[in-house]
Design a protein around this ligand. Structure first.
Ligand code: NAP
Length: 283
């Protein structure tokens, strides 16, 4: 682990850069376009978006105008909650590809396991959705397929009919909530833990323990938390729309947290929010 372009290998053999650039709440238009271009210019090679973020078009333009070849970029998008089901999934992926201006994504994720719209039959709908995703994978529209916000019981249900094991489970994973039971379930299937909201969506900058560690290691709180995530073997997805922070969040490889300091950060459960329960979320 020496630079931002280093990779993990997914359970299907595809390589994925160890830090991804987040784009949730990044407005479509100039902001998303410029953020993505900036991220690629300072070295990120992994971009995380979603149909629900409403910015796929600008993310796609940013990629196109970055000067970095498409095949050198790992691009993820996600299926939104309204579009679960076999036919709807196929259509939603095609729409995302069109908006992104590409004929494949590197990773396609089911964004949430249990949308309100399908709450009475989420198991059955997820099985149908996954079948469409498996076909997209076979057709080369997605180099890998995976899940997001899946708790162990959602994963177990999916695996009853899956012929392709999810490559990734993207979850709220940071010092405030380590979700150990999710990590354990993922490990059973060699599923990579992608860590969303690695900076607690901005909640962590005022935490005294993290500020102390930032001083001790002469790095920012963001860098401390991102380094912690990497030392756990997670794949953090920091988001920023500011060039200086976008750059700062790549500078994670000139220091190492000691084991006691890793443990200190592990003990900060609840210092920000906890993961949303997908079975009761109102979307
Ligand atoms: N699968 C899912 O359900 C799901 C859910 C949530 C998020 N995600 C993914 O994970 C990504 C990251 O999560 P997130 O958006 O919740 O937030 P995050 O990356 O945890 O935190 C972003 C916040 O921290 C600020 N920030 C970033 N770097 C900073 C730095 N070096 N110093 C000070 N402030 C800094 C940003 O401000 P500025 O932007 O103003 O710089 C923003 O307010 C998302 O963008 C998305 O791609 C996925």
């Amino acid at each position: 682990m020496q630079e931002i372009t280093d990779t993990y290998t997914l359970n299907n053999g595809v390589k994925i850069p160890i830090v991804g650039f987040g784009t949730w709440q990044t407005p479509n238009g100039e902001v998303a376009y410029k953020s993505v271009k900036t991220a690629l210019s300072v070295g990120y090679r992994h971009i995380d978006t979603a149909a629900a973020y409403g910015n796929e078009e600008s993310v796609g333009r940013g990629i196109k105008d970055s000067g970095v070849a498409r095949q050198d970029i790992f691009l993820t998008t996600k299926l939104w909650n309204d579009d679960h089901g076999y036919e709807a999934t196929k259509k939603a992926l095609d729409t995302s590809l069109q908006k992104l201006g590409t004929d494949y994504v590197d990773l396609y994720l089911i964004h949430w396991p249990n949308p309100v719209k399908f709450r009475d039959r989420w198991e059955e709908i997820n099985a149908e959705t996954w079948q469409a995703m498996e076909e997209a994978y076979a057709d080369g529209k997605a180099r890998a397929i995976g899940i997001s916000n899946f708790q162990p019981h959602h994963l177990a249900a999916l695996m009853k009919s899956a012929t392709v094991t999810p490559a990734v489970n993207q979850n709220y994973l940071n010092p405030s909530d380590l979700q150990p039971e999710v990590q354990r379930a993922n490990a059973t299937y060699n599923i990579l833990n992608e860590a969303y909201s690695p900076l607690g969506t901005g909640d962590f900058f005022k935490i005294p323990e993290l500020q102390e560690l930032a001083k001790k290691y002469n790095h920012s709180v963001a860098q401390i938390v991102l380094r912690w995530s990497l030392q756990h073997g997670f794949l953090p997805l920091p988001k920023s729309i500011h060039a200086d922070r976008i750059q700062q969040n790549t500078e994670l490889f000139d220091f190492e947290l000691s084991i006691p300091d890793m443990q200190k950060i592990d003990s900060l459960r609840g210092c920000g929010r906890l993961a949303t329960n997908p079975d009761t979320a109102e979307f």
